[in-house]
Design a protein around this ligand. Structure first.
Ligand SMILES: Cc1cc2nc3c(=O)[nH]c(=O)nc-3n(C[C@H](O)[C@H](O)[C@H](O)COP(=O)(O)O)c2cc1C
Length: 186
């Protein structure tokens, strides 16, 4: 696909199944991530690539973090445990926060977000589907999450890319009016 075709046609797919990207295809996707704009070359982006039984481990971490956060409803806890099973692969998006620099933490998180979008675009270009989700299981919403996921305290889980192959047709891309979003100063 041409770059602009990818940019203009990318949609998110909430329903995903096998096959997942190969190791080589993921290497390309991470190379795209590492091209994210990065103030001060802090390289703040970290990822955990989860597939197969790894998803059960992630589900257990969600369940335990929710429990420690006070959730007692067994139905909800089971639902949390099953969240990672919504796709055959999940990529955890993490920012390794550097507080010793003058570069604001928000910029470090923004760089991770762009890296995530680069991964999404690269995978879409290869014919895969991606759905970016946050929900309750991000560091700033659950203070027990890092410990349950075995992630350093100086790092922030900012979201998840659910990855796989689309089993539904791409939805229509909404047509938005440019003038609702863009101002012009001449
Ligand atoms: C940072 C971020 C977090 C998101 N979190 C969720 C989420 O938790 N649940 C959800 O349904 N969509 C979430 N979305 C939105 C979807 O990924 C998707 O963009 C949206 O459904 C619109 O679809 P489209 O990308 O095909 O236009 C999030 C998007 C971003 C950028």
């Amino acid at each position: 696909m041409e770059t602009l075709d990818t940019l203009l046609n990318k949609v998110s797919y909430p329903k995903l199944s096998d096959p997942i990207p190969s190791k080589t295809q993921m290497e390309t996707a991470y190379k795209a991530a590492f091209r994210s704009p990065d103030h001060g070359r802090l390289r703040p982006w970290r990822f955990i690539e989860i597939k197969g039984n790894g998803r059960e481990k992630l589900g257990l971490a969600f369940k335990n973090a929710a429990k420690r956060n006070g959730e007692q409803d067994e139905d909800k806890l089971t639902r949390f445990e099953n969240l990672p099973m919504r796709s055959p692969m999940v990529i955890v998006l993490i920012t390794k926060i550097n507080e010793k620099t003058s570069i604001p933490v928000t910029e470090q998180i923004q760089s991770t977000a762009v890296a995530a979008q680069n991964i999404s675009l690269a995978l879409f270009d290869m014919g895969f589907g991606v759905y970016w989700r946050t929900g309750s299981f991000v560091t700033n919403k659950n203070k027990y999450l890092n410990e349950e996921m075995n992630i350093d305290a100086d790092s922030e889980v900012i979201g998840y890319l659910y990855v796989g192959s689309p089993d539904i047709k791409a939805k229509e891309i909404p047509i938005l009016n440019q003038d609702d979003f863009v101002q012009y100063w001449d």
